[in-house]
Design a protein around this ligand. Structure first.
Ligand SMILES: [Zn+2]
Length: 415
């Protein structure tokens, strides 16, 4: 029997608005708090949770960037001759994405989405490593680097396994009392709500299943650890997409040539532009200023959100739509989906959540990168207590866990 297990359960897209009026996990983790999310998609939020850093610091933000010199996709250009009715099909693209991922040795999540083969060799993909592993960040360390460095034994989910298989793998490590820290990742609710929206009855069913799994897991933990410090949390919420915006149609109608005058990535809620002449910059800016469904995000706001990149690596101009608007068609999808996230983090459905069985959540914990500090605190605590009970020399403790200003990017203390 070990003293304590810190158990961090990450439920993707389980936003504050999704669970605030539901009894989900209240008996297991009664202390709840709304957290501010990070501007971007899971490609930005997950690395921020795992590293305590903001996008400008870890440089994991949006998946695709204009970078022809470094594009790994040059070999795909001949595919532009294939008929579009084949190349725009999700099943074909999923199969091809898997093939490319192996060929290019990408370690994280990879999907070609809806990037046209005509332009694919203009782009680079920015998540070549797996953020759920040590060395997984584009810049700086994550929690797993820390655990390895401190020789604290841990368990982390693998994105290649199903949710249930990841649950079973963790239960095994708990039964063996092998670990002093656990990180369980469930992406299924996110996928579900992308297709059914945030009001469907299927959400309650999914949350009930998660609750049953958590009860089973805690009952196993209770037989092997005297205490379980449970944290259930998310990266963002989910908004219903009630309004569709054909932004590409508007930009294509301008007297400009893609790849000669400008380049663009159409994400689902953002369009990111690179300009090759002033005329293109002026034309696109003027056009975007007339689109009521969104706005150009000023640099001052990007800086506040920790997403202003000095080298403009992710785009020189960022256009963002209002909550509930979906850019379609986009480079993420040809057809509409019911739910999306990646809006301004202050929008209602953007907020994430933290639920714990700890007696209190420190006031300093207010945004999702702060979860990293809880993980460090609890991992250190568990390593010390478990090794002390075991009669071995305790790990040295960390002292400066809560020195930064909570809730927002603060370059003065985070640089
Ligand atoms: Zn998602």
């Amino acid at each position: 029997m070990k003293e304590i297990l810190p158990l961090f359960v990450f439920i993707d897209a389980c936003g504050w608005e999704i669970i605030k009026d539901r009894p989900f996990a209240k008996a297991l983790a009664p202390n709840r708090k709304r957290l501010t999310s990070v501007f971007g998609y899971s490609s930005a939020c997950v690395p921020s949770i795992l590293s305590g850093a903001w996008p400008v610091e870890h440089r994991n933000w949006c998946y695709f960037v204009y970078d022809p010199a470094n594009s790994p996709f040059k070999s795909l250009r001949p595919l532009r001759w294939l008929p579009q009715r084949l190349t725009s099909r999700r099943i074909f693209r999923r199969w091809l994405s898997k093939f490319i991922k192996v060929q290019l040795n990408f370690r994280g999540y990879f999907d070609l989405y809806n990037i046209p083969f005509k332009y694919i060799s203009l782009y680079d993909f920015t998540e070549k490593r797996n953020p759920l592993q040590p060395g997984g960040m584009n810049r700086g360390p994550n929690i797993f680097d820390h655990l390895e460095h401190r020789a604290i034994p841990y368990h982390v989910s693998s994105p290649n396994r199903s949710e249930k298989d990841n649950l079973d793998a963790l239960a095994n490590d708990i039964r063996n009392e092998r670990i002093d820290f656990a990180f369980l990742y469930w992406p299924g609710l996110d996928g579900l709500m992308h297709s059914v929206g945030n009001q469907s009855a299927e959400i309650a069913a999914k949350l009930n299943l998660y609750e049953r799994w958590l009860e089973q897991l805690l009952s196993v933990t209770g037989q092997h650890y005297a205490e379980t410090r449970l944290h259930i949390f998310s990266d963002h919420g989910m908004a219903n997409c009630d309004q569709l915006l054909d932004l590409k149609g508007k930009i294509d109608a301008l007297p400009l040539i893609m790849a000669e005058d400008y380049a663009v990535v159409y994400d689902s809620t953002m369009a990111r532009f690179w300009f090759f002449n002033d005329y293109a910059r002026q034309q696109v800016t003027q056009c975007l200023n007339h689109v009521q469904e969104g706005r150009i995000v000023p640099d001052s706001e990007l800086a506040d959100l920790g997403a202003l990149f000095a080298d403009r690596y992710f785009g020189e101009l960022i256009f963002l739509v209002n909550e509930g608007v979906l850019i379609v068609p986009s480079h993420m999808g040809e057809r509409p989906i019911r739910g999306m996230h990646g809006y301004q983090p202050t929008e209602k459905q953007s907020h994430a959540v933290l639920c714990t069985n700890d007696t209190r959540i420190p006031d300093q914990i207010s945004a999702i990168p702060d979860i990293y500090r809880l993980m460090i605190r609890d991992a250190e605590d568990a390593a010390a207590r478990n090794s002390l009970a075991n009669g071995s020399k305790p790990h040295a403790t960390m002292s400066d866990q809560f020195h930064t200003q909570p809730g927002r990017y603060n370059p003065a203390v985070r640089a």
